[in-house]
Design a protein around this ligand. Structure first.
Ligand code: ADP
Ligand code: TRP
Length: 319
């Protein structure tokens, strides 16, 4: 029975254009693991996390639509996966509040993401500060076993485990299961066009659904240095779409000719991404599909989350 399978769960914010770092680092694993048939899968469009940065209703709606369309375009099967919006299952914010009450400020202040954000802007929102606890609620409501994410999210999964343990200890019941991160070492940190981690906040991304011309523009902007054997930043992206065995003769043949290597990368990226881009464009013609998928996801997610909340309310004495 599907209920007995281990649970795989992840979330992505509808807060920017999807890029190949999101795809290779996390979303591809979501599709592949869910297709393996070994897991019961939940994928969450974490719009209340995104509200920390997207504070415009029209943009929120558009980005949500784009993210769901993106998942379908890369091959997520909505009949096999519960794909839903965080804001439509109120248990997430309710449980996050409960976690607020058992968590100390110094503990949250040790989070890398908080330290980073606070160093740039002391006026950090309470929502950003509490971010790890809403994420813990996302994960713990569904008894997730594995959480496939990029390396930047590892600490957040550790916060989730700590929070589950603390709750179970304080309320003397095994209400929550301890999840494990699932991080593939070879794509844990996909580099951007400047060699740093690819991230929408650094302006160094290659968009997942870019046209061939846009891909060419991004690839031509990849920073190359002439110190090594080959342009490492070009190679690091190239090996995402072609095997190293195929790349070695190519890089040997064009040694020192960065332009030729970048042109080859444009062709290979385009070949790899074109089918997903075509699917994305086709799906955009059917606007009803996003609402349909989210409505089904909401029903499934609510049923699971509500059952867990009953256990939680009993454990804390508000039932
Ligand atoms: P961004 O860093 O662009 O803001 P998100 O935080 O929205 O991206 O990330 C969504 C998912 O994609 C997360 O699981 C994250 O770990 C993964 N991810 C994002 N960028 C990368 C990257 N450069 N390499 C590997 N995984 C990444
Ligand atoms: N923090 C994650 C990110 O920025 C998004 C996220 C929210 C998430 N809730 C989650 C990821 C639950 C995995 C599981 O990418």
């Amino acid at each position: 029975m599907s209920e007995q399978k281990p649970v795989m769960l992840s979330g992505v914010q509808p807060s920017g254009d999807l890029h190949i770092g999101n795809y290779f680092g996390a979303m591809r694993q979501h599709v592949e693991l869910s297709r393996s048939g070994k897991y019961q899968t939940f994928i969450i469009v974490v719009d209340y996390h995104a509200l920390n940065s997207v504070q415009n209703a029209e943009e929120m709606r558009r980005r949500t639509r784009e993210l769901v369309t993106g998942y379908l375009a890369i091959g997520l099967d909505p009949t096999k996966v519960t794909l839903f919006k965080q804001s439509e299952v109120s248990a997430h914010t309710e449980l996050a509040w409960i976690f607020d009450t058992i968590t100390t400020m110094p503990y949250l202040m040790r989070a890398h993401a908080y330290k980073d954000a606070a160093s740039k802007n002391a006026e950090i929102s309470v929502g950003k500060f509490n971010y790890p606890l809403l994420m813990a609620a996302d994960i713990l409501l569904y008894d997730a076993d594995v959480v496939p994410v990029g390396a930047d999210q590892k600490q957040h999964v550790e916060y989730t485990r700590d929070t589950a343990e603390k709750f179970n200890r304080i309320f003397k019941q095994d209400v929550f299961k301890l999840p494990k991160p699932y991080i593939l070492p070879e794509v844990a940190v996909v580099p951007g066009t400047d060699g740093q981690k690819m991230s929408k906040s650094y302006g160094n991304t290659i968009p997942l659904f870019a046209s061939r011309d846009e891909l060419a523009k991004c690839v031509m902007s990849i920073v190359t240095d002439s110190s090594g054997e080959r342009p490492e930043n070009v190679y690091a992206i190239h090996k995402l779409v072609r095997s190293e065995a195929e790349l070695s003769p190519l890089y040997e043949q064009h040694r020192g000719n960065y332009k030729a290597l970048k042109e080859a990368l444009v062709l290979d990226l385009d070949r790899y991404l074109a089918p997903m881009r075509a699917k994305y464009e086709e799906l955009q013609k059917d606007p009803g599909i996003v609402a349909e998928v989210l409505a089904a996801g909401r029903r499934e997610a609510c049923a699971v989350a509500e059952a867990k909340m009953e256990q939680v309310r009993k454990a804390i004495g508000v039932y």
